[in-house]
Design a protein around this ligand. Structure first.
Ligand SMILES: NC(=O)c1ccc[n+]([C@@H]2O[C@H](COP(=O)([O-])OP(=O)(O)OC[C@H]3O[C@@H](n4cnc5c(N)ncnc54)[C@H](O)[C@@H]3O)[C@@H](O)[C@H]2O)c1
Ligand SMILES: O=P(O)(O)OC[C@H](O)CO
Length: 304
């Protein structure tokens, strides 16, 4: 049995708290509205899970820096986003702030609503520190949640983060009723685009073929449970982004991720054709139909 403190009481933090509690662990679920102080539970904590949205990562890091967290405590990050100021991933931010703590990325095709319903799912615990990843694997593995490990935290994290951009595109594709051929083409071309970005940032290409890359891409791009997919679907119905985000009342990380990704691609000269059309659509530069046409009329090229 381990003692976990989960920071962030949103959809995913709550689902992760339930999974760990059902395995017999002691779980403190802390959010900004909690009636207890973070300090009061942190010294006895074996594992801290950060389940806040990207916009809350910096504040959460500061909050934890103000406690006396032991360097032995494993920090697990599940946020799927990029920092607009630095383009860093959450695990990079955590590692910089806590250089002596093991940092583990937990990411995979994990729509929280399905997990809340007790449906089976698999995921990846990734860390440079394999023993820390294995501890997280043991704590979270159950008959409904199968956890694999790897040693590519950046690739694991970028798979979960970048797929949100394509989930928006997939929602547009389905909303416009473009058909199965178009959807298959979109998802297939999304994967090399994710790998191109990931490898340039230092991730391993193979990681993107696993659960945290292809797996999460398939889950998110094919489910109306995905908030990013829903953003794309509603854009295709002519709603404004502002209106959609207002109705959503929850986090769709793909909107911020698209903007950061395009900054990054421009700085480093990375070719990201699908993401670029998602960017133009989100920023009101083109209509969904124009985005599709722009992709179809690109200069012809070899497949690989
Ligand atoms: N919901 C899912 O299916 C799922 C699955 C895997 C990963 N994720 C990722 O987990 C993260 C959280 O997603 P969610 O679905 O729980 O979102 P959510 O919108 O339900 O909850 C977001 C949480 O972040 C907290 N937060 C935001 N700003 C904060 C701040 N400044 N300080 C402290 N806390 C702050 C909120 O209080 C809330 O608890 C996202 O990055 C998401 O991509 C979600
Ligand atoms: O609801 P979304 O689009 O944030 O997707 C949730 C998870 O990332 C799916 O793995």
């Amino acid at each position: 049995m381990a003692i976990l403190t989960i920071i962030g009481g949103g959809a995913w933090g709550s689902a992760l708290a339930n999974l760990a509690t059902k395995k017999g662990n002691q779980v403190h679920l802390w959010s900004r509205r909690s009636s207890f102080e973070l300090e009061s539970v942190i010294t006895s904590t074996d594992i801290v899970v950060s389940a806040v949205s990207m916009k809350g990562v910096a504040a959460t890091v500061d909050r934890l820096l103000a406690t006396n967290l032991s360097p032995n405590t494993i920090i697990v990050t599940v946020t799927k986003g990029l920092d607009p100021a630095t383009t860093n991933t959450p695990s990079q931010i955590w590692q910089t702030a806590f250089p002596h703590n093991p940092i583990v990325v937990l990411s995979g095709p994990n729509l929280s609503e399905e997990i809340r319903q007790g449906l089976p799912a698999a995921t990846v615990a990734a860390s440079f520190d394999l023993s820390a990843a294995k501890q997280v694997q043991n704590i979270y593995s159950s008959e409904i949640f199968r956890v694999y490990v790897n040693q590519d935290p950046l690739g694991t994290e970028l798979g979960g983060t970048l797929k949100n951009v394509f989930a928006i595109a997939a929602g547009v594709c389905d909303g416009l009723q473009l058909g199965t051929n178009a959807k298959s083409a979109l998802l297939t071309r999304a994967l090399p685009e994710m790998i191109r970005v990931g490898v340039r940032l230092g991730a391993q290409a193979e990681t993107f073929y696993g659960l945290s890359g292809l797996g999460d891409l398939l889950a998110t791009c094919n489910s109306s449970l995905s908030r990013n997919y829903r953003v794309g679907f509603r854009l295709s119905q002519g709603k404004s982004l502002e209106e959609i985000l207002q109705e959503l009342q929850s986090t769709a990380e793909g909107v911020n991720t698209t903007n950061v990704l395009i900054d990054l691609a421009n700085q480093r000269g990375i070719e990201v054709p699908v993401s670029r059309q998602v960017y133009r659509l989100l920023n009101g530069e083109i209509t969904p139909e124009q985005a599709v046409l722009a992709l179809m009329e690109r200069a012809l090229k070899p497949e690989i």
